[in-house]
Write a protein that binds this ligand. Structure first.
Ligand code: NAD
Ligand code: MG
Length: 394
């Protein structure tokens, strides 16, 4: 069998490094063709020396020379900058592009990969949140498959195998509830970034970990699910399942429900996205029922975790509203990580951006770019206006 040639956009992150672990475990199945990173030059160099890809891209142009010199003896092509990130996916030999980079930055490389007929293993959910219609329409036109990496969407995808002719009645996306499940708004006023960064079940990059604490992650995933599986808004429900063992559920027309289960380990959905419809062996730990005598379920608390409600609102409104939500969220998460704002204020800023930025019903790529920029500027202004804000617990 020919080895699948993989391009990993964002190879130095949580998903990227786990993807390399999967590849390392299956050297007969995969080969690394492209690696990219934003600014972590040392890890990118280390990965490139180990996997010897054809090409690497470092987005931070100031690190180009450093990376280039470190890799010159291996004859690895080195490029730098955002433009190079978008173009590198065009490499003729790529079979799958794993989009493991974080945020809006994933949109243009993903669109270009689709344009060039590359299969997508999609971890970068923000791409589908921002421009789900544009991206899925382009994929359909080009006959390109988008394989979900997000564990909930992988679960739905695994439940759908062999069921493609059967309409979905409903899906339930499971949510762990994050580190602040059960807390009141009063308690949330006091929480620090250190607390928010401690997820009970998953170890992930900083942005998605904050999104999980605020439940924005689940909101983004609802929008992601709509586009991946072609669902109506009312067909998507969220259920809190604190143990993170059931990764999501599909309900069919006859009332039958299929769920996908396993220990929370992103290597499984990463691997499945790269091997579908095949399953490969894995060395990941196995689930033991007796370690989990009860699996429990709760209704999400939309009044406390307003970000999830805001995401439902953005989905309902459609057009560029999810793009506005996403851009404002990226800004406030960064500000929260820099101790510039409190946990609850994040929702206030996002909501104000959703009210302030011009609504566009049928946006094109240029509209998304403009909306993203405007929403970021508005969110930044609002964050800066909070000058008198004091961080509790510091
Ligand atoms: P991370 O922060 O750990 O890694 C992000 C990677 O993207 C790094 O390699 C970084 O160098 C690169 N990057 C960051 N900003 C960039 C930019 N502006 N331009 C180019 N490259 C950039 O993030 P992560 O946790 O691995 O998450 C990656 C994506 O996968 C996110 O969209 C996240 O929502 C999604 N996801 C992650 C997990 C998880 O377990 N970590 C689970 C499900 C979905
Ligand atoms: Mg997820």
């Amino acid at each position: 069998m020919e080895k699948k040639q993989i391009a990993i956009l964002g190879s130095t992150g949580s998903i990227g490094t786990q993807a390399l672990e999967v590849i390392n475990e299956h050297p007969d199945d995969f080969e690394v063709l492209v690696l990219t990173a934003n600014s972590n030059a040392d890890l990118l160099i280390q990965q490139a020396l180990q996997f010897v890809p054809d090409t690497v891209v470092i987005c931070d142009e100031s690190k180009y020379q450093y990376v280039n010199e470190a890799l010159s003896s291996k004859h690895i092509k080195v490029y730098a900058g955002q433009e190079a990130l978008t173009q590198v996916v065009e490499h003729a030999d790529i079979d799958i592009v794993l989009t493991a980079l974080v945020g809006y930055a994933g949109l243009e490389p993903t669109l270009n990969a689709i344009e060039h007929g590359k299969s997508i293993a999609l971890a970068n959910k923000e791409t589908l949140v921002v421009a789900g219609e544009l991206v899925t329409t382009a994929a359909r036109q080009k006959g390109v498959n988008i394989y979900p990496v997000d564990s909930e969407h992988s679960a739905i995808f695994q439940c759908m195998a062999g069921e493609w002719q059967n309409p979905i009645e409903k899906i339930y996306l499971t949510a762990s509830g994050g580190p602040f499940r059960g807390k009141s708004r009063l308690e949330l006023e006091q929480v620090t970034k250190q607390q928010a960064l401690k997820h009970p079940n998953w170890s992930m990059g900083a942005k998605i970990t904050i999104d999980s604490a605020s439940m924005m992650n689940k909101g983004l995933e609802v929008i992601e699910a709509k586009w991946l599986f072609g669902l109506k808004n009312e067909q998507i429900d969220v259920i809190v399942h604190p143990q993170s063992i059931i990764h999501s559920i599909v309900q069919f027309q006859d009332g039958s429900m299929k769920a996908q289960m396993g220990l929370p380990d992103m290597k499984l959905p990463i691997q499945y996205a790269m091997t579908y419809p095949k399953r490969l062996s894995s060395s990941f730990p196995r689930f033991n029922f007796l370690d989990y005598p009860s699996l429990t379920f709760e209704k999400p608390d939309l009044a406390t975790f307003r970000n999830l409600q805001l995401a439902f609102d953005a989905l309902e409104k459609g057009g560029n509203m999810p793009c506005i939500l996403n851009a404002a969220n990226e800004v406030v998460v960064q500000a929260f990580l820099e101790d510039k704002m409190g946990f609850l204020q994040m929702s206030d800023v996002i909501e104000e951006c959703m009210n302030a930025i011009a609504f566009i019903q049928k946006p094109q790529l240029e509209d998304y770019k403009k909306t993203d920029w405007e929403s970021r500027q508005k969110a930044l202004d609002l964050v800066n206006q909070q000058g008198s804000f004091t961080i509790f617990g510091k």
